[in-house]
Design a binder for this molecule. Structure first.
Ligand code: FAD
Length: 460
C-alpha cells in the first residue's frame, strides 16, 4: 500500500497550497482530486472564469457606451460570445495546467479519483486511479458546492447555477438571479453588460449580506442606474419550466417569466462521499467539519481547511489555512489572522472590505471614529472617469487602531490590499495617513480617508 506522510483530499486553493507548503517543509505528500483539472472550484468554475467574463463584458460595455466622454468615437461594436467564452476557457486551462506543474515541481504524488476514508490513516481512491493509501496525517480540503433552495430544481439548462452562468451559449433575453450575494451580483453583471435584462431576487431587505450596509446601499443605487432590477424581501418558492424558459414563483408577489434562472443562494460544504464515519467524524448542523484553531478535527491527525470549515468561503482564506495547517503539522506553529482577510466583489465599481463593518461595531458597542473620502474628490479617479464610490476607514476611538476598511470604487479589490497589510501589522489610521502615497493615484483616497479619521482631510 503506497504510504505518504500527508494525504490532502481536494486540490483546490486550500488543498494544493497545503500540499505544496508541506512538501516545502520536507513531507512526502499525496494530493487527491476527483477532477482531472486541479485548482478546485476557484480555478475551474469560480474566481478565475468569472473574473475573465467580468473583464471581457466590462470591456464590451466600455467600448459600447463609455468612450464618447473621452472624445473617442467608435464604429459598430459587436459581441463575439463564442470567442469570449473560448478566451475564458484558455485562461482556465492555462492556470489549472500550472497547478499540475507546481505539484510535479514539489514532488507531490497526484491521484485522480474520489477520496474516502477507509479507517484511521487510510484513504481509498476510486476513479481514474483506484488505490488504497496510508498516511500519518490527512487534510480534508474538499471545498463546497452550490447550495440548493426548496422548490427550485436545477436542471442545468434553464435553471442553473454559477457554473452554467459562466457558459451560456447566448445572451439570455431575461435572466432572473435568485440571491443578491457576491456571486449573483457578479454573474448578473456579466449578462447585464452583454445585453440581458437582469432581475435580482433577494430574500433579505438589502443586497450583499455581510458587507458593510452603508457601502452596500450605495452600491445598490449604482447597480440600479446600470439597469439591474431588484426585488428585495422576495421569497422564492419555486421555479417551473416552460417552453423555452421558466417561471419563478415568489411568495405574495406575481410570478416572473424569464429565459434563464441562476440560483446563487450560497454554497454548501462538500462532505458526502468522504465516509467520515470511518474515522468517527460527522459534519455539524450546517454540514461543515468542526476544527479547532489548528485545523484539527476531533479525529487524531485529521485536519480540515477551506470552504469545508467555518469562516468565509474565499479562495485566499482557504490558501492561508492550507499554509498554516501544513506548518502546524510540521513545526507545531501556524496561524491565520481572520481579522485581516479581505473580501472583494468584482462588480463595477468593485466593493472591497477588510475587518469589521460599521454594523458589527455598532452591534458590539465598540466606540469608533470614522474617516470617509469620496472618489469624486480624487484626481486620478477624475482622469479615469471613475468617480463613483468612497473609502471608509473605521478606527478604535481610543487607540486609533484600524478596525475595518470598506471601499466602493474602481479597483477597490487592489486598493484593499494596503488596508489588509496595515491591519495585519496592527496599524493605526495615523500610520496610513502619514505614509506617502503616490500622486495621482486612487490609493490617495485611502490616505485621505485615514486623515479623515482625525478630521484633517487635506483635499476635501
Ligand atoms: P474547492 O476549490 O471547492 O476545491 C475542492 C476540491 O476538492 C475540488 O477540486 C473537488 O473536485 C475536490 N473534491 C471534493 N470532494 C472530493 C473527494 N471526496 N475526493 C477527491 N476530491 C474531492 N473566492 C475568492 O476568494 N474570490 C473570488 O473572486 C471568488 N469567486 C467565485 C466565483 C464563483 C462563481 C464561485 C462559485 C466561487 C468563487 N469563490 C471566490 C469562492 C472560491 O472558489 C472558494 O472559496 C474556494 O475555491 C475554496 O477552496 P477550497 O480549496 O476549500 O475548495
Amino acid at each position: 500500500m503506497p504510504t505518504h506522510d500527508l494525504i490532502v483530499i481536494g486540490g483546490g486553493p486550500g488543498g494544493y497550497v497545503a500540499a505544496i507548503r508541506a512538501a516545502q517543509l520536507g513531507l512526502n505528500v499525496a494530493c487527491i482530486d476527483a477532477n482531472e483539472r486541479l485548482g478546485g472550484t476557484c480555478l475551474r468554475v469560480g474566481c478565475i472564469p468569472s473574473k475573465a467574463m467580468l473583464e471581457s463584458s466590462e470591456k464590451y460595455t466600455e467600448l459600447k457606451h463609455g468612450l464618447d466622454v473621452h472624445g473617442i468615437k467608435l464604429g459598430k461594436v459587436e459581441l463575439d460570445l463564442p470567442a469570449m467564452l473560448a478566451r475564458k476557457e484558455e485562461i482556465v486551462k492555462g492556470l489549472t495546467g500550472g497547478i499540475d506543474m507546481l505539484l510535479k515541481k514539489n514532488k507531490i504524488t497526484r491521484y485522480t479519483g474520489l477520496g474516502s476514508f477507509a479507517g484511521p490513516g487510510k484513504v481509498t481512491v476510486k476513479g481514474k486511479d483506484n488505490v488504497e493509501l496510508e498516511a500519518k496525517h490527512i487534510i480534508i480540503a474538499t471545498g463546497s458546492k452550490v447550495a440548493s433552495l426548496k422548490g427550485v430544481e436545477v436542471d442545468g439548462k434553464t435553471v442553473g447555477t454559477s457554473t452554467e452562468a459562466l457558459a451560456y451559449d447566448k445572451v439570455p433575453g431575461h435572466l432572473v438571479v435568485i440571491g443578491a450575494g457576491y456571486i449573483g451580483m457578479e454573474m448578473g453583471s456579466v449578462w447585464l453588460r452583454l445585453g440581458a435584462k437582469v432581475t435580482m431576487l433577494e430574500y433579505l431587505d438589502r443586497i450583499l449580506p455581510g458587507m458593510d450596509s452603508d457601502i452596500a446601499a450605495d452600491a445598490h443605487k449604482l447597480f440600479k442606474k446600470q439597469g439591474f432590477e431588484f426585488k428585495l424581501g422576495a421569497k422564492v418558492t419555486g421555479t417551473k419550466a416552460t417552453k423555452g424558459g421558466a417561471i419563478v414563483e415568489i411568495e405574495g408577489a406575481d410570478p416572473i417569466k424569464c429565459d434563464k434562472v441562476l440560483l446563487s443562494v450560497g454554497r454548501a460544504p462538500n462532505t458526502e462521499g468522504l465516509n467520515l464515519q470511518a474515522v468517527g467524524l460527522q459534519p455539524d448542523g450546517r454540514g461543515k467539519i468542526e476544527v479547532n484553531d489548528h485545523f484539527e478535527t476531533k479525529a487524531k491527525n485529521i485536519y480540515a481547511i477551506g470552504d469545508v470549515i467555518r469562516g468565509p468561503m474565499l479562495a485566499h482564506k482557504a490558501e492561508e489555512e492550507g499554509v498554516a495547517c501544513a506548518e502546524h503539522i510540521v513545526t507545531g506553529y501556524g496561524h491565520v489572522n481572520y481579522d485581516a482577510i479581505p473580501a472583494v466583489v468584482y462588480t463595477h465599481p468593485e466593493i472591497a472590505s477588510v475587518g469589521k463593518t460599521e454594523d458589527e461595531l455598532k452591534e458590539k458597542g465598540v466606540e469608533y471614529k470614522k474617516g470617509v473620502y469620496h472618489f469624486k474628490a480624487n484626481g486620478r479617479a477624475r482622469t479615469l472617469g471613475e468617480t463613483d464610490g468612497k473609502v471608509k476607514i473605521l478606527a478604535d476611538a481610543k487607540t486609533d487602531r484600524v478596525l475595518g476598511v470598506h471601499i466602493l470604487g474602481n479597483r477597490a479589490g487592489d486598493l484593499i490590499a494596503e488596508a489588509a497589510v496595515a491591519m495585519e501589522y496592527g496599524a493605526s489610521s495615523e500610520d496610513i495617513a502619514r505614509a506617502s502615497h503616490a500622486h495621482p493615484t486612487l490609493a490617495e483616497a485611502v490616505k485621505e480617508a485615514a486623515l479623515g479619521v482625525a478630521g484633517r482631510t487635506i483635499n476635501g
